[in-house]
Design a protein around this ligand. Structure first.
Ligand SMILES: Nc1ncnc2c1ncn2[C@@H]1O[C@H](COP(=O)(O)OP(=O)(O)OP(=O)(O)O)[C@@H](O)[C@H]1O
Length: 344
């Protein structure tokens, strides 16, 4: 295991900000830590980097306990959200910084700079001033600089935080391909779930200094463990339910659940794709309250009488109009019985 945190704890003013966290990152793995603001993501990175001492527990790299090992001796690379490039240096000067600190000779540094600029798609930009570059180009320089000393672990803090959406979507695909090619081990933190799911082999969702869930993007997306994770991922159709056999009693009436679901009182997630529109007489009667265009589908907000709103995902052409009366039935394949843990 390249990185291992055991029982890692950090307290500020007596309050745990990292609370007995256990986390492992294997060599060549890309792990994205995801969570709301203040959940402890940056503190986790700082602990691994050696910028924040632990109040309890242990951080090991390649099996070696890092207690007392200063940041610059840990062999980890860090890239922060605001790049922190040296504005007075050109691109090459920025990228060569790490190798220079490690005592690399001039020729070796120049070769490394050229190789890295090629890699991040900035060939020929060595002499350009950092201040003249676009946000996306600066991001690439920051990445090249972080990769230059060949860190055994690369850590990214909101790597694409400042960029506009289309650029982020493009860069995240490029980054994943690049890390795969280089075999880089990556620990990244972001509050953007789209970014985390696109970049990671494994996502770790944090809540109040603890790990709420860890799994592949598909596992976490398909089976959020509890209401907190489900809501954090943007699912709003979550209600209390009582499961008996393959049906659940809810404020929306009886809802089918998958075979083998846990029984009894729980929180229930109904994915918008599992909310089917049928004839008014054939299901739960609802009024269309609003519609939101989502590119691939339309999110239709439905108001049943005396129960919380439901969101349905409808094909672009089939979406009903606000004010329409519709019936709703539920598809058990799109329903997840969540743990009974309290919500946020
Ligand atoms: N040096 C410090 N002194 C006191 N409290 C701190 C310190 N650093 C962080 N905190 C607190 O610890 C908590 C976790 O902070 P952290 O920056 O790790 O969260 P985060 O998940 O990275 O948040 P964000 O997404 O907003 O960056 C926050 O409540 C923050 O106010």
């Amino acid at each position: 295991m390249l990185l291992r945190l055991e029982d890692a704890t950090v307290r500020f003013d007596g309050r745990p900000v990292l609370d007995r966290v256990d986390l492992e990152v294997a060599e060549h793995e890309i792990v994205c830590v995801l969570g709301p603001s203040g959940s402890g993501k940056s503190t986790l990175l700082r602990v691994v980097a050696g910028l924040q001492p632990l109040d309890g527990g242990r951080v090991s790299l390649d099996g070696g306990d890092q207690r007392g090992v200063p940041a610059h001796k840990r062999g980890v690379g860090l890239m922060f959200q605001d790049h922190q490039l040296f504005p007075q240096r050109d691109v090459a000067g920025n990228v060569a910084f790490g190798p220079r600190m490690h005592g690399a000779a001039k020729g070796e540094r120049a070769a490394r700079v050229e190789e890295l600029l090629e890699l991040v798609g900035l060939r020929g930009a060595a002499r350009r001033r950092v201040g003249e570059l676009s946000g996306g180009e600066q991001q690439r320089v920051a990445l090249a600089r972080a990769l230059a000393p060949r860190p055994r672990l690369l850590m990214l803090d909101e790597p694409l935080g400042q960029l506009d959406r289309s650029l982020r979507e493009r860069l995240v695909v490029e980054l994943r391909a690049l890390f795969g090619e280089l075999g880089t081990t990556v620990l990244a933190v972001t509050h953007d779930q789209g970014e985390a799911f696109a970049l990671a082999d494994r996502v770790v969702v944090m809540r109040d200094g603890r790990i709420a869930q860890s799994g592949t993007p598909l596992e976490v997306w398909c089976r959020p463990v509890d209401e907190f994770v489900a809501r954090f991922l943007g699912f709003d159709n979550v209600v209390e339910a009582t499961v008996t056999g393959q049906a659940a009693d809810t404020v929306w009436g009886k809802v089918p659940v998958p075979e083998g679901s846990p029984q009894g009182v729980c929180a229930l997630l109904v994915r918008p794709a599992g909310v089917r529109l049928v004839g008014v007489a054939d299901g739960l009667r609802c009024t269309v309250a609003a519609r939101t265009f989502r590119g691939t589908h339309v999110a239709v907000h439905l108001q049943p009488e005396g129960a919380p709103r439901l969101e349905a995902a409808c094909a672009l052409r089939d979406a009903p109009e606000p004010g329409d009366e519709v019936g709703v039935s539920f598809d058990g394949n799109e329903i997840v019985v969540l743990g009974a843990g309290p919500a946020a």
